[in-house]
Design a protein. Structure first.
Length: 325
């Protein structure tokens, strides 16, 4: 019995090797056909069709009226052929499940791309540097008084701040000074006085005495280019005929402002800057804070995506183990 089935399957598979034979079987599976009908249908020569019909002699029978039809084995061959060639059909439910399975992978991929983008952006922002030719002088607010009259004008606020002399002023006796008043928008304008105080050697007294130079002006509530109320050179006098050790020594710079405030003023009212001595400069990273935030966020997201991926893999393995058990 086993040998008979093996021979039958061998015969069927041998007969189905050629595509024209498979076409003949499909056509005869619909209804019986004459030789002429099949010749016209397949557009082949008579010897060619005869050869392939002879190859299907166990699967195709010829009736008394000259029509060809499938034998029982031929019907089985057609059924086998359809089963082999049939493509699996996916149901809407299978499609839905497939899409749901892809969602975690898509989310994980998106998170990974975002994380890598953040880390790369942070690295790029960290690499951006600018040359800074100014430096800030430490300020010390001496007094914060109110209600004062100067030249017939009444001012509600009087602020006095002291800063050390810039390096260039100590070495070259001249320096560029920038005085910024961030709360200038909370005022109606006013007056400023910058006093450069220094120790000057007195030949008559044979000792150092206190001297000063004043730079006075007015400012409006808009300031001059970025809330600055003063931007210019300050200096101490140089004494001709005196030795280097007897030259004037800068002591400090006192900045006074008289104004009328319209809103509260910051506790540290001034930002005082000076140009660095010579051609020196410092490199600044203006986007350092943003760069660190991007790198930290990217690292966190990447770590979360990795942990999620590992968790999903562990869950899948446990699910498979449970099914096999």
């Amino acid at each position: 019995m086993a040998e008979f089935e093996e021979e039958t399957y061998s015969l069927v598979f041998t007969a189905l090797k050629h595509p024209i034979r498979r076409k003949i079987l499909r056509v005869l599976a619909e209804r019986p056909h004459s030789f002429t009908d099949m010749q016209k249908l397949f557009n082949v020569t008579s010897p060619f069709l005869t050869y392939h019909l002879d190859s299907l002699k166990e699967l195709v029978l010829k009736t008394e009226n000259g029509m060809y039809r499938l034998s029982n084995m031929g019907e089985g061959a057609v059924a086998l052929m359809e089963k082999v060639e049939e493509t699996p059909r996916t149901t809407p439910r299978d499609t839905m499940l497939s899409k749901r399975k892809r969602i975690p992978s898509m989310i994980q991929l998106s998170l990974t791309i975002i994380a890598i983008g953040l880390v790369l952006s942070g690295g790029y922002l960290m690499s951006i540097t600018t040359a800074e030719y100014r430096y800030s002088l430490p300020t010390e607010t001496i007094s914060y008084d109110t209600a004062e009259m100067v030249d017939g004008s009444t001012f509600t606020t009087h602020i006095t701040t002291r800063v050390p002399p810039p390096e260039a002023l100590t070495i070259n006796k001249i320096a560029v000074l920038y005085v910024k008043f961030p709360s200038i928008g909370n005022t109606t304008g006013g007056m400023y006085n910058i006093t450069v105080r220094y120790l000057e050697f007195s030949i008559t007294e044979g000792t150092y005495i206190l001297g000063q130079r004043n730079y006075t002006g007015q400012f409006t509530s808009t300031g001059i280019e970025g809330d600055y109320i003063f931007s210019g050179f300050v200096s101490v006098p140089s004494s001709i005929g005196l030795s280097i050790s007897e030259q004037p020594i800068p002591k400090d710079i006192v900045i006074s402002v008289l104004t009328n405030k319209t809103a509260p003023i910051e506790a540290s009212p001034f930002i005082v800057e000076s140009a660095m001595y010579g051609n020196r400069f410092t490199e600044e990273q203006p986007y350092r804070t943003l760069a660190l935030a991007c790198i930290l966020a990217g690292t966190f997201i990447l770590g979360a995506a990795l942990i999620t991926s590992i968790s999903i893999q562990i869950y899948k393995r446990k699910s498979k183990a449970g099914v096999h058990a």
